[in-house]
Design a protein around this ligand. Sequence first.
Ligand code: NI
Length: 168
Amino acid sequence: MSIKKIITFPNPVLREKAQKITTFDDKLKKLAADMGETMYDAPGVGLAANQIGIARQIVVVDISENEDEKKYIALINPVISDGEGSVVGEEGCLSVLEYESKVKRFQKIRVTAQNLEGEEIDFEAEDRLARIIQHEVDHLHGKLFIDHISRLKLTLYKKKLKKILKNK
Ligand code: NI
């Protein structure tokens, strides 16, 4: 396993649409393991392959019940097939430096995906897990959580980011 470099906004790689995965081999398992390690090192609760420069449809999502558990699932070719309810909650992203904002998401979703063996999986998720999955699936479509915020907030963030990057 190895920790990968996380790409940050406004790098255009984050806007690429991820390609569907059709080969379920050891390389894919290694990629998932690297993504899990990279996510916990950051630390974060979700990571999409685009964020480490690989435009393929795989995300890892934390499902730990306590802080030191480090338990995650890898979702391949995930699709949110249904959603209901709406909740506003605070979000951040490992690819969006020093910024958090409220984002409206479905409260409950149905997810269809494949696991690392290529088997079809279908499940429901609510609240925190539903939010993380929606955020990560957005990444696979080249979308970031800041695409959900107002133009004014985004302008202010871009100004702030310029300063952050200058001081790095
Ligand atoms: Ni993110």
